[in-house]
Structures are given as C-alpha cells and as structure tokens.
Design a protein around this ligand. Structure first.
Ligand SMILES: *Cc1c(COP(=O)(O)O)cnc(C)c1O
Length: 434
C-alpha cells in the first residue's frame, strides 16, 4: 500500500536529515514510514501511491476551507504572473494588514514575517526591547517554534530557571526562560514573585494545540492578563494555531481577553510561508524602522503569500457562518468517537475548542503538559495506524490536535466514524487478550 512512499523515504534520507524538513513528519512518534503526498483537493489527500485519505491535519491548520481552495489558487496564480517578489513595499500588504486589524481585537500595528517561529521570536525581542528586561515565562507543553528562547524545559528541583531541551541552545539563553504549568495561575504568580521586575514577557498558546488540544480553564487567561498588567509584563498570545480558527478574531475574541502582542502563522498565509506579529501601538512603535528594535526579512510581505492570505481571510471575515459549521462538524465527530470508545470500553478523554480536537487515551482529564504526558501513547499509535490503513489521516503524534476543515462533508465524517469503530474493535480485542 505504501511502496512508493517507502522508496521516497529511503531516497530522502540520503539527502535530507532524517528524510524530512520538519521532524514531526518523520512519524517517529507513531512509527512506520511517513506518507509522501502528491496532491489534495478539499478534504481529500492523495499520496504518492495513489491512496486517498480524509484529512484531519490540514497542513497543521492553514487548510481551514480545504486544500486547493479555488480563490486562493487563483490569487496565487495572478500574483505570480506579476512577479514572485520585489523586496519592496506593495499595496496588498496594506490590504491584508487592514483586514486583519478589522478581524482581530487590539491590533494597532502588524508586521509580516515568514513563519510562526519568526513571529514568536520577534515578539519576544520586541517585548524585551520595550520593557528593558530579559526574562520570559513560557508554559510547559506550549510550542512557539524553534527559536532558542523556547527550546527550554523546566529546571529540576530548586532551579527556577530552565535548561536547554536541545543541544545548541546556550545555558545563557536558558537562564532567561522560566517555565510555568498550563492552567496553573498560582505557579505563574509565584514566578513573578521570585523574579520581581525582571520579566519582559509571558508567552502562551491561549488554546494549546501542541500537547493535544487543551482548553484554558475558566478565568485562566483573564488571570494572566491581570498579573501581567500589574507587573508591567508584555502578555503575548501565540495564536499561530488558534488565530482565525477558534473564531475570526482567534482566542482573544472567543475568550474576550486582549493580549498586548499577538503572534500569527499557519492560517494567515493560507498554506504559504507566512507569520506575523502585532499589537498595541505603544509597544509596536519600538520596532525598526520606527524604533530601535531590529527585525527584518527579504521575503517578508511576499506578494504570493499576501494574496493567498487575503483571499482566505476575506472569506473568513465575510462568512462567519463557517465557524458555526466547523463547530457542528467537530462536535459531531467528537460525540461519535466518544460513543465508539465508550462502547468498546477504551479509556479516553477528548478536548475540543471549535474545530481543534484532542484525542487522549486516558481516563483522566487532560489539562496541562503533565496530564497530557500520562496518556497512553501506544494506544494512540495503534489508533493512528488503524485509521491510516482505512483512509483517515490523523496527526502523526499523540501530542498534536486534529484540525478540521470546512471541506469535510457528512459523508467524510460518516466514513471516519465507521473506520474508528473498526479500529476501536481491534484495539479492544487486543486489550482483552493482554
Ligand atoms: C506551528 C506553531 C509555531 C511555529 O510556526 P512555524 O511556522 O512552524 O515556524 C509557533 N507557535 C505555535 C502555537 C504553533 O502551532
């Protein structure tokens, strides 16, 4: 079934580290050979062997309306004919900035970059430049791209500062990143008390999608805002996943909390390489060339990416019904999976925010990194491969959220549910034998 993918993977490994250009694609978390894709349309992916799959990854978010959505393709084609890059300003950059400002609360100024990583790195630098402080707080299990400051895990024992989670990140960098536990407001307050006047920024995924999907507890985001305001710390929402997905205005709109800076990526470029960060005028004015904090990019505001983003976001802005439809489809899937797992007596927990869905094999609630790491990864692997064989492409890791697209039809959902029922039955049989 996967012969050509297997050949391609072997070939890729000769030239590309691990055969992939981003680690999660290598299937290390689920085992087996990564599927190489050839094309996709709407909710259906076609791999290099000609197998078709119902897609629940959506390029990790951007394909909110499905793959090869005609207005995006048309916009990219038209833009390409007029040149793929100028390295100079264009009108479409203003149009996209204006539209985003209409959709997202509190964005006085926005700067385009090329990835979510860049957006988060830059937001941190701006917060440090603005406050004149060095330290940041991040949350265990939240992912903000591969910038040095974010590849830090909590220190052990009495250490309040972190240690690098990747070789190549210096101890010097690690000492400026403090780690808190998601949904633990008291822990955050404690870090602030221990580091009075030292914390430039607190960065958080308001709806984490990088440890499955975890909703913020009632009042958690509001509590962070209050603490940050009283400590003059810049509150940064990393909405690279949640932005334009959980609501047109992202988590800020959904939970009615406003951050000082917001980072975007994924959906904002409709599948082209884009990120952006923005926020309050007072903070954004420190960014070069208005202010002294340097941040630049040869391909930033790239015309193909801007036109693609404009086409997608215009639709999301003009047609809010999309969000209700996505909600309904995701709820439907969640309810059916729940019924199936329950019927087969498979311990499970599901977390959903809008069209983000986390499936965890555990009988306990999953509210932070600690509880997410105690789920049964072996069961997830079994579920993942069972679904893959039956034509359903789930995120290849127990620690990633599903992202639904509005191209999914009732028929796709029914097929997915039928596949899940078969897989759950096999899993239950194996569990009973053991
Ligand atoms: C994907 C992601 C990033 C990094 O974006 P890239 O475009 O992969 O660099 C940052 N933050 C969050 C929340 C993400 O999900």
């Amino acid at each position: 079934m996967f012969e050509r993918s297997e050949d391609l993977f072997k070939r890729a490994q000769k030239f590309i580290p691990g055969g992939v250009n981003s680690p999660v694609r290598a299937f290390k978390a689920v085992g087996g050979t990564p599927v190489f894709f050839e094309k996709a349309k709407g909710a259906i992916l076609t791999d290099a062997d000609g197998n078709e799959y119902i897609d629940y990854v959506g390029s990790w978010g951007p394909m909110l309306l499905g793959h090869a959505w005609p207005p995006v393709i048309e916009a990219v084609q038209k833009a390409a004919e007029k040149s793929t890059s100028f390295g100079a300003p264009t009108e479409v950059e203003i149009e996209l900035a204006e539209l985003i400002q209409k959709m997202v609360p509190g964005l006085d100024k926005i700067r385009m970059v090329n990835s979510g990583t860049e957006a988060c790195m830059s937001a941190i630098r701006v917060a440090r430049g603005y406050t004149g402080r060095d330290k940041i707080i991040k949350f265990e299990g939240c992912y903000h791209g591969h910038g040095d400051s974010f590849l830090i895990k909590a220190g052990s024992g009495a250490l309040t500062f972190g240690t690098p989670s990747s070789p190549g990140v210096t101890k010097g960098t690690a000492k400026d990143t403090l780690t808190a536990s998601y949904n633990d407001l008291e822990g955050v307050q404690q870090l602030f008390d221990e580091h009075k006047g030292e914390i430039a920024a607190l960065i958080i995924e308001p709806v984490p999608g990088n440890m499955g999907c975890i909703p913020p507890a009632d009042g958690f985001l509001q509590g962070l805002k209050k603490i940050c305001a009283s400590e003059d710390t810049v509150l940064i929402f990393d909405e690279v996943m949640s932005g334009f997905r959980v609501a047109p205005g992202g988590a800020q709109e959904l939970y009615n909390v406003q951050a000082d800076l917001v980072a975007f990526g994924k959906i904002i470029g409709a599948g082209l390489p884009v990120g952006a960060y923005g926020g309050k005028e007072e903070i954004m004015k420190v960014v070069s060339p208005t202010g002294p904090v340097y941040q630049a990019g040869t391909l930033s505001g790239n015309p193909l990416a801007m036109h693609a983003g404009l086409a997608l976001l215009s639709e999301l802005h003009n047609n809010r019904a999309i969000y209700g439809e996505l909600d309904q489809k995701t709820t439907h899937l969640e309810e059916w999976l729940h019924r199936i797992f329950k019927h087969h007596e498979i311990p499970h927990t599901m977390n959903r925010v809008g069209s983000m869905l986390g499936i965890f094999f555990t009988d306990k609630p999953v509210t932070d990194f600690n509880s997410a790491s105690q789920t049964d990864v072996e069961m997830f692997k079994e579920f993942f491969h069972g679904m893959l064989k039956r034509g359903v492409y789930l995120p290849p890791s127990a620690y990633e959220s599903l992202f639904l697209s509005n191209a999914l039809t009732q028929e796709h959902l029914d097929q997915t549910v039928a596949a899940a029922d078969e897989v759950a039955e096999v899993m239950a049989e194996r569990m009973n034998k053991n």
